[in-house]
Design a protein around this ligand. Structure first.
Ligand SMILES: [Fe+2]
Length: 159
């Protein structure tokens, strides 16, 4: 596989994951319950909106460099590193936050891998886009961890 094919394939993996993450955030937005409802309902909405923007941005970048982004739900589910847990409609609000942090950590780990791959391929433009996204994801992790009364450890967000 050439370095560019590797960029295409791994960027497409991020695209699939972002689509699944968007649906997972809709799920949490709809089914969250409890005294933090208004805060979390709104916060989960911001995350599915950002995921939709990322899905669009990454897909159009992939098209710009000659790739073919995944564009069906079946493809996205097949190639995502995140899994759905559709049975979890009645999990507690704090478990939903825990699950969201876990998903965001998977996304930031994936981003770190593809940042390295784009670096090896000399694709600075795609790499810049991924670094900007990682900055946002790391900030979400910090905020949700703060909401849970935890602190972020350096080794969790740095290579
Ligand atoms: Fe809504």
């Amino acid at each position: 596989m050439t370095s560019y094919e590797n960029v295409h394939e791994t960027l497409n993996g991020l695209i699939a994951t972002e689509a699944v993450f968007m649906f997972k955030m809709y799920h949490r937005h709809f089914y969250v319950k409890g005294s933090h409802f208004f805060t979390l309902h709104k916060q989960f909405e911001e995350l599915y909106e950002e995921a939709a923007e990322t899905y669009d941005e990454f897909s159009e970048r992939l098209l710009s460099i000659g790739g073919r982004p995944y564009s069906t739900m079946a493809q996205c589910l097949e190639h995502s590193t995140l899994e759905e847990h559709p049975q979890n409609k009645d999990v507690s609000d704090m478990d939903m936050v825990d699950g969201t942090v876990e998903d965001l950590r998977t996304i930031t780990d994936d981003l770190m891998k593809v940042i390295a791959i784009t670096g090896e391929a000399g694709d600075d433009t795609t790499q810049d886009m991924l670094i900007a996204k990682k900055h946002k994801v790391d900030k979400h992790i910090w905020m949700f961890e703060a909401f849970l009364g935890k602190i972020v450890r350096t080794e969790e967000t740095m290579p």
